[in-house]
Design a protein around this ligand. Structure first.
Ligand SMILES: [Mg+2]
Length: 177
């Protein structure tokens, strides 16, 4: 018998699997964060906090950020969207830090977010609606990751192609819809 077979699908599964799966950000239990000594929350923007390219701030979203801050959590929005005044305005309204024009899942942008938050990866939770950008990128730098369902169905054409692959991964993990 040969012992030379090194292939294992597990490491791939490990970097693509979120620590937690939720329908929406508002379902996130703050105890889940505190139990893990998480002090910082990094969130994606489009289809995680707001519908794609709709940067108006709903009361529920403002309230969610207020309660995060009120409970002592530091926050930052990390988005691949191109810089725009409407996004800056949104981050000001939510009183949160912002990294715009990122290229998730590239680690450099997650490390920049950690630096701005002055947080270590194990103290940080990355929340987003995409496995191949938010979850993969967060896992690669050693953060906790939360996958949520996308808010709307409108999105960037390139994203729609990745959604097919994402659906397969989610089926394999037995999560999502
Ligand atoms: Mg998104």
């Amino acid at each position: 018998m040969s012992n030379n077979i090194t292939y294992s699908p597990r490491p791939i599964r490990r970097v693509l699997a979120p620590s937690l799966y939720l329908e929406k950000i508002y379902d996130l239990p703050f105890e889940w964060l505190t139990e893990r000594a998480i002090t910082s929350v990094v969130t994606d923007l489009d289809n995680t906090l707001v519908p794609w390219r709709d940067y108006r701030v709903a009361d529920q979203l403002a309230g969610w950020f207020d309660s995060l801050h009120g409970n002592g959590f530091k926050t930052l929005i990390l988005t691949n969207a191109r810089p725009a005044p409407t996004i800056v305005e949104l981050s000001r309204t939510l009183n949160t830090k912002l990294v715009v024009g990122a290229r998730k899942p590239v680690s450099r942008f997650f490390r920049k977010a950690l630096e701005l938050l002055d947080s270590k990866p194990h103290e940080t939770c990355v929340i987003g609606d995409q496995i191949f950008t938010d979850v993969l990128g967060g896992n690669l730098v050693g953060c906790h990751t939360v996958l949520v369902e996308r808010i709307g169905h409108r999105e960037f054409a390139g994203t729609r192609i990745m959604r097919l692959l994402e659906r397969l991964v989610k089926m394999h993990m037995g999560i999502g819809k």
